[in-house]
Design a protein around this ligand. Structure first.
Ligand code: FE2
Length: 364
């Protein structure tokens, strides 16, 4: 086997450009149980923006807002609304990662740069992916600070209680009609990822709308990016609705793993996070489809958690409603019990639930 030219240790952070980072930071602390760990802004010598770094186990979110009307961040926000700007990848060598991918055709977001403070140094480089999203390569083996130079360590002003979110399982991109294969090829050719699974519009369609999806994954499987594009149906695909409101391609959902979906989802609901609702009829069918599992179906039904099985095991999952007013980004909470797939058996019920919401918005 050829050596992996782009070894990745995991997701380093996900950065959201938002309208109000101070409030977004509190939302992730209060509702999702993240701890505030670092901050950058005027007080740390960064004049044009404010960024809050939030952490829970291996997950790191950065919420960033602009302090000026004319800036790349403000422009991004005006066009897309709140959304994901950076999917940052943790690597051992950010310069080599940049060179290898640019050599294979990646568009440059920014050249490798070394930033330093009293805790050491971090090397960053960036390449462009779908829409206006970028991949930042982060090399932090010589850094001991809270996040990276330019940020100061801070603490939440109260004690957020963890809800058991462990790591990023996968991040999904929505791209324009006819663009899925181009982006799959980008991940294969430029980043050395492999095509893992293909779903066509027969797998993913309801009476009204359809989509197609391909999942790419890096060498060690730590990074998985499903890429969706709309397919023709009787009515508007949920992917089209996303593209209409995000004004182009972007991150559709982030799936976060938990070891105890009952605790996680129970807490999220208590704290006001809203989820898509599947009808009770789903649960009479699912028992037959999935068979025996360790959990009690009645308990799963109470929290409206979905279940699916593949050759290797089963998984439990649930999808939030959009996290902002535009029907764009949402979260998935997933607990894997051996299954490595993505819940294909739930697509129909899930998409019907999304269509119900689309209809309420007048977008079906
Ligand atoms: Fe997912």
């Amino acid at each position: 086997m050829e050596p992996d030219f782009l070894p990745i240790n995991g997701t380093d952070y996900i950065e959201f450009y938002v309208g109000n980072a101070k409030q977004a930071s509190l939302f992730y602390q209060h509702c999702f149980g993240f701890e505030l760990v670092a901050y950058a802004g005027p007080e740390t010598g960064v004049k044009d923006r404010a960024s809050y770094v939030l952490q829970q186990h291996k997950i790191r979110f950065v919420v960033t807002t602009s302090l000026q009307p004319d800036s790349e961040i403000s422009e991004h926000l005006r066009k897309h609304g709140d959304g994901v700007k950076v999917l940052a990848l943790w690597v051992d060598d950010a310069t080599k990662s940049f060179k290898e991918t640019v050599l294979r055709g990646a568009e440059v977001a920014f050249e490798p740069k070394t930033i330093k403070d009293e805790y050491g140094e971090v090397v960053l480089s960036g390449i462009k992916t779908f829409g206006e999203t970028i991949h930042t390569f982060v090399e932090r083996k010589k850094y001991k600070g809270a996040f990276m130079p330019g940020f100061k360590a801070v603490k939440s002003s109260f004690a957020p209680t963890s809800i058991g979110l462990k790591h990023v399982d996968h991040c999904v991109g929505n791209v324009e009609l006819g663009h899925m294969n181009k982006w799959v090829k980008f991940y294969e050719d430029v980043m050395g990822f492999k095509l893992l699974i293909t779903f066509d519009d027969k797998d993913i369609s309801t009476e009204y709308s359809a989509l197609m999806s391909k999942v790419v994954s890096n060498g060690n499987g730590y990074i998985k990016f499903p890429i969706n594009e709309p397919a023709k149906g009787k009515k508007k695909s949920q992917i089209e609705e996303y593209l209409d409101f995000y004004k182009g391609a972007g991150v559709q959902h982030i799936a976060i793993a938990t070891d105890d979906i009952f605790q996680t989802v129970g807490e999220l609901k208590k704290r006001g996070v809203e989820f898509l609702h599947v009808p009770d009829s789903y649960y009479t069918e699912v028992i037959e489809r999935v068979g025996k599992i360790n959990e009690d179906y009645k308990e799963l039904q109470k929290l409206n958690i979905l279940i699916d099985r593949d050759e290797e095991g089963y998984l439990l999952q649930i999808f939030s409603k959009p996290l902002q007013d535009r029907p764009t980004l949402f979260f998935e909470i997933i607990e894997r019990n051996g299954a490595k797939s993505f819940g294909k058996g739930n697509f129909k019920a899930l998409f019907e639930a999304i269509e119900h919401e689309q209809e309420l918005r007048g977008n079906l």
